[in-house]
Design a protein around this ligand. Structure first.
Ligand code: ADP
Ligand code: MG
Length: 321
């Protein structure tokens, strides 16, 4: 199978038809119609075998996750996903691998009516680069920079699940059988919070997706907004699986575990009520974890109000001030 066979067999037949794809795969470039009064929202993320997923990860998960991490960025902007391109570097043309990859990729694409409109295919180490495009009404996309003192900080879903999944598949975690499948699922097939992101437009003052861990990503909001925050450990949304793992991982998986793909966002007091009403249609629960403050820096508090001494566990970079 050469490059053109691969494109024809697996990618040119992508399953989503959209009227705004004026010209899709097959020419030198795609032609896409951005709706009037909307801004184009563009993001890209690359996944490298052995870096972003363990070598030997099943192809369905690789296909799913490659698109999921990109969708998560659009979710964080409050954008409606529409199109994507796929740059694929493959060590060999393995039909079974390609079928699995397409199953994961297009399964998620169908769910969000996301059309593959182009890409590039080359021979090389397994690398997947996706560029995703969507739109948001002019001026209404969510940014990292709008958080103000006095606002509440929320996260969707659960924290640290993917980090538990990673430790489990790496043989570094002992977890009761009943919890194993869900944390591995969370690692390999995350469901980006697209609905929540869309409904947060006009409600959240700042938003980010949690890909590098809560502390790091909330830190980006604080920096971009020129504010600080306090968060409460006993408010972090943790699963029964996390409770079972707590002796082994402490707070670290929830605070610094990567790959959660939940949203972290801030809500001004005057929009609190509207937010609570809207959140029933997010398709995921939201947890209030702390508050934005004028004083710069992130303060992490124990249940008794004492500063969390992350250094005890050797994680200096979380040290509360
Ligand atoms: P060119 O040489 O003009 O760049 P290519 O032969 O690379 O064209 O690609 C032919 C068509 O197939 C283009 O429309 C391109 O966008 C599309 N294409 C190539 N690889 C992929 C891929 N992995 N996924 C989707 N479309 C692809
Ligand atoms: Mg090309």
């Amino acid at each position: 199978m050469n490059e053109f066979d691969i494109i024809r067999e697996y990618f040119a037949r992508q399953p989503v038809t959209r009227p705004d794809v004026v010209l899709g795969i097959g020419d030198d470039a795609a032609l896409l119609a951005v709706p009037a009064d909307q801004e184009l929202v563009v993001s890209t993320d690359m996944l490298v075998a052995g870096v972003h997923f363990p070598e030997g990860t099943d192809p369905v998960s690789i296909g799913h996750k490659s698109l999921a991490v990109n969708l998560s960025d659009l979710a964080a902007m409050g954008a409606t996903p529409a199109w994507f391109t796929l740059n694929l570097s493959l060590p060999q043309a393995d039909p079974a691998w390609l079928e699995g990859f397409c199953q994961g990729l297009f399964g998620l694409a169908r769910l969000h009516e996301l059309a593959l409109v182009g890409g590039d295919t080359t021979h090389g180490p397994l690398t997947i680069g996706i560029q995703i495009m969507g739109f948001a009404p002019r001026g209404q996309a969510l940014r990292r920079s709008g958080a103000r003192a006095g606002e509440r900080i929320y996260v969707t879903g659960l924290l640290g699940e993917a980090a538990l999944g990673l430790r489990l598949v790496q043989g570094q975690l002992d977890l009761p059988e009943e919890f194993r499948a869900t944390v591995v699922q969370q690692l390999s097939r995350p469901l980006p919070r697209v609905q929540a992101g869309l409904r947060l437009r006009g409600l959240a003052s700042a938003c980010i997706d949690i890909s590098d861990g809560l502390v790091a990503d909330l830190g980006h909001i604080l920096e971009a907004s020129g504010v600080g925050a306090r968060i409460h450990l006993d408010r972090l949304p943790l699963s029964p699986a996390y409770d079972a793992a707590f002796q082994q991982v402490g707070w670290e998986a929830a605070l610094a575990g990567g790959d959660d793909y939940e949203l972290c966002f801030t809500v001004p007091p005057e929009r609190e009520l509207a937010f609570r009403n809207a959140s029933t249609r997010f398709g995921v629960s939201c947890s209030y974890i702390g508050d934005i403050e004028a004083q710069p820096g992130l303060r992490i508090l124990e249940k008794n109000g004492a500063p969390y001494r992350a250094a005890q566990r050797g994680y200096d970079h979380f040290r509360a001030e």
